[in-house]
Design a protein around this ligand. Structure first.
Ligand code: DQA
Length: 146
């Protein structure tokens, strides 16, 4: 089994970006934790970040036949991107939406996710642990879709 982790804009700045909201863990540290957890499940990980909407769309398109589950922290594009939503619908690869912060406890514009209706579920508010929980959720989603 292979899980594709996709990270959207500004997540490359984790560690120094608004640490009171996102914590001090860097994306590299999160990736290392994800890989460690995935090893326990015998799962392969592809872990990427882009600040470009089109690049994220391209990666979602290429995921068909290459991975079993997508874990997507679309960052600000969560709240704006019909293109990401359409890509998820188009490829049909089961996708899990994740966020470090609890988007529902923040500004109103973060309460609306354009991708949520085409995702299997949402994990939000557990900091770096949202990523670890997503590994477990992905394994379950993959088992249930067989
Ligand atoms: C985020 C939440 C988004 O609202 C925000 O734009 C981000 C990060 C999170 O992980 O908490 O960039 O996706």
């Amino acid at each position: 089994m292979k899980i594709l982790f996709l990270n959207g804009p500004n997540l490359n700045l984790l560690g120094t970006r608004e640490p009171e909201v996102y914590g001090r863990t860097t994306l590299k540290d999160i990736e290392a934790k994800v890989r460690e957890r995935a090893t326990k499940f015998g799962v392969e990980i592809d872990f990427r970040q882009s600040n470009l909407e089109g690049e994220l769309v391209a990666w979602i398109q290429q995921s068909k036949g290459n991975c079993n589950v997508i874990v997507l922290n679309a960052a600000a594009y969560t709240h704006t991107s019909i293109a990401l939503r359409d890509a998820i619908s188009a490829v049909g690869v089961p996708t899990i939406e994740i966020h470090l912060s609890n988007v529902h406890a923040r500004e109103e514009f973060r309460h609306k996710s354009l991708i949520a209706p085409v995702c299997r579920g949402q994990i939000s508010g557990f900091g770096a642990d949202s990523y670890i929980l997503a590994v477990e959720a992905s394994v379950n989603v993959n088992l249930n879709s067989k």
